[in-house]
Design a protein around this ligand. Sequence first.
Ligand SMILES: Cc1cc2nc3c(=O)[nH]c(=O)nc-3n(C[C@H](O)[C@H](O)[C@H](O)COP(=O)(O)OP(=O)(O)OC[C@H]3O[C@@H](n4cnc5c(N)ncnc54)[C@H](O)[C@@H]3O)c2cc1C
Length: 309
Amino acid sequence: MPVRTTLLLLSRSRLLREALTRRRLFPTAVSRFIAGPDIAGALAAVRRLAARGLEATLNHLGEHVGNAPAAAAEVEAQRSAIERLRGARLASHLSVKLTQLGLDLDGDLCAAHLRQILEEAAALPTFVRIDMEGSPYTDRTITFYRRLRPTLPNVGVVLQAYLYRTPADLEALLPLGVNVRLCKGAYREPPAVAHPRKRDVDAAFLRLAERLLSPDSLDQGTFAAFATHDPRMVAGVKRLAAERSVPRDRFEFQMLYGIGRDLQTTLVGAGYRVRIYIPYGDAWFPYFMRRLAERPANLVFLLRSLLRG
Ligand SMILES: Cc1cc2nc3c(=O)[nH]c(=O)nc-3n(C[C@H](O)[C@H](O)[C@H](O)COP(=O)(O)OP(=O)(O)OC[C@H]3O[C@@H](n4cnc5c(N)ncnc54)[C@H](O)[C@@H]3O)c2cc1C
């Protein structure tokens, strides 16, 4: 079995999650990708990044919560993040996952939680993006977004280039005037659902980028966030934007905390907007495993940290 598939399978393992979390690896291996166990570390990261000209998205880590109190605690975590941003006079978007807000338990409960967060964020004011999870959640995530978008313009969605369905999803969403994050896709998907080969995913990403930056998409009010560390994707987006003279305030690049630092700096230096996704919290295990799966060389780094300490 390829290393990527194995790591993505392990990312859902409760046993491994408990074993690693108990060993308190946080300060060493995990801190490369996650800003800290609590909001204080995340706010410090927002400040450090702002000093380098980078914008931020805070993500309180959590997914697939197993009971209603845990889902309610996630709403509380978002409320507290909004409060702390206000108190510190810092600007940041928020990103949430629907399974973090109880989607696996009860769709209505999840919808109520999301609406609560969006309303509180609108008062800050700030923007909240719904992360996209594995393909069993794609339909429901897009449906939630479509319902909320007309009354809460501070909500955004994510589309994954690896899914065959994404070009059709994008066409259906464009008339709403969407703020969409385009990424390649981070989950284990069967070949019936998603392109299995990297070169096909990359080609799909660039085709979708072209559509997002097309004149009629921009006329419909689209804002595009290109979430990638791949220099070829970044160069492709820059080329498309230059060919179409797309104003710099109609799109941005997004990268994950701890990845692609040089590319971030180069882009900001060239006048592009760059936003960094800053995860924080205790529930780091599945997120961390997806980062290992994207670049199995990161395993060496993990093993070194384990041996050291
Ligand atoms: C801001 C942001 C938000 C995201 N949100 C979602 C989401 O909601 N849903 C979803 O499914 N996916 C999400 N992703 C993850 C995304 O789908 C990809 O899995 C991830 O970005 C890796 O793809 P890539 O475009 O960087 O290209 P790749 O071809 O995977 O990588 C290109 C190069 O980037 C560097 N790189 C990439 N990943 C790593 C890593 N983990 N460690 C070190 N270097 C690395 C390497 O140099 C690599 O050669 C998000 C990504 C970003 C940046």
